[in-house]
Design a binder for this molecule. Sequence first.
Ligand SMILES: [Zn+2]
Length: 152
Amino acid sequence: MKFAADRMLGRLAKWLRVIGQDVTYGPHLSGYGLIREARREGRLILTRNRSLEKKSPPPYLLIESDRFREQLCQVIETCKLDPLERPFTRCVECNSQLEPAAKSEVEGKVPPYVFATQGSYSRCPDCRRLYWPATHQERMMAELKGLGFGKR
Ligand SMILES: [Zn+2]
């Protein structure tokens, strides 16, 4: 399942990427721009804009809440996503699939204490951003658990 998020839904888009979902998002994505992108790429539209209906859009999900936690729950539940299936596999900034990076490749590119304590890394092939399973991932897992999606 692929998504196209309305430009009002940036935080939701990032969180969906955190749990590994393919989400396009950007300032150009609203109204007809959003509809075109969703059609071209076969994406489900996520929007808070009720007037989108009048533009005869492809399938879309009207997001009810303006709070991202409730938005995330709505998408996960409505689309039957498993947030723990492939978390942290996608770049939060550009939506690309991350690839593994060897420890030797990241030396000097991550803070020394990270290099000393972390053994596994991933890299975004587009923006070259590095990811590692440190505290930010733990915080995100805690957030997901708080929403009721923790390990069962
Ligand atoms: Zn990236």
